[in-house]
Ligand binder design. Structure first.
Ligand code: Y12
Ligand code: CO
Length: 171
């Protein structure tokens, strides 16, 4: 089922998420719905809080070399921890909760992470490139943080002005 994605400035997006404790059918339905929702909205990453569920769960599905998103490449991440990070990189990010807005964000270039899969099995991985960027972006959602909070003071001011105008025009 495709769920509704909540968008900025919905207060729920600021809420820190809680660890998953039950690896049951309800969690599997949530992950399946998140996948359907992300694909329906042309996303490559989604955190549970973006569908209004405050649990430490996120999914990432990057396009492959043929620029296709295939389910075999789907990464489901439960209760993630970033253990180590190194280097810096800048990427123009977008977010389904901040639609039609893209801006450069600086993040670590390389990360070592631990997380659980949908059955509760522990996984330890090292990521770089777009996967490292997406992982950090989605982990920020679990802390209640959006990429717009990483903008410079002036860029954030400009964003808020543009966003207010956009919300007013939508009414
Ligand atoms: C690098 C940087 C950030 C991430 C986090 C995941 N972000 C997304 O999946 C963003 C998706 C997105 C899709 C949009 O829709 C279309 O392009 C059709 C979009 O534009 C609109 O909503 C109009 C904005 C964001 C991963 C990796
Ligand atoms: Co996002």
């Amino acid at each position: 089922m495709v769920r509704e994605i909540i968008t900025y400035p919905n207060k729920l997006l600021k809420q820190p998420s809680k660890d998953v404790t039950r690896f049951d059918a309800e969690l599997h339905t949530l992950l399946d719905d998140m996948y359907e929702t992300m694909l329906a909205k042309n996303g490559i990453g989604l955190a549970a809080i973006q569908v209004a569920v405050p649990l430490n769960a996120l999914i990432i599905n990057l396009p492959n070399e043929d620029d296709k998103q295939v389910k075999e490449d789907l990464v489901e991440v439960i209760n993630p921890k970033i253990l180590e990070m190194d280097g810096t990189t800048v990427y123009t990010e977008g977010c389904l909760s901040v639609p039609e807005y893209y801006e450069d964000v600086q993040r670590a270039e390389w990360i070592k992470v631990s997380y659980l899969d949908r059955h509760g099995n522990e996984i330890i991985k090292e990521y770089d490139g777009l996967m490292a960027i997406a992982f950090q972006h989605e982990c920020d959602h679990l802390k209640g943080e959006l990429f717009i909070e990483k903008l410079s003071y002036l860029k954030r001011k400009k964003f808020e002005k543009e966003w207010k105008k956009r919300l007013k025009n939508k009414k």
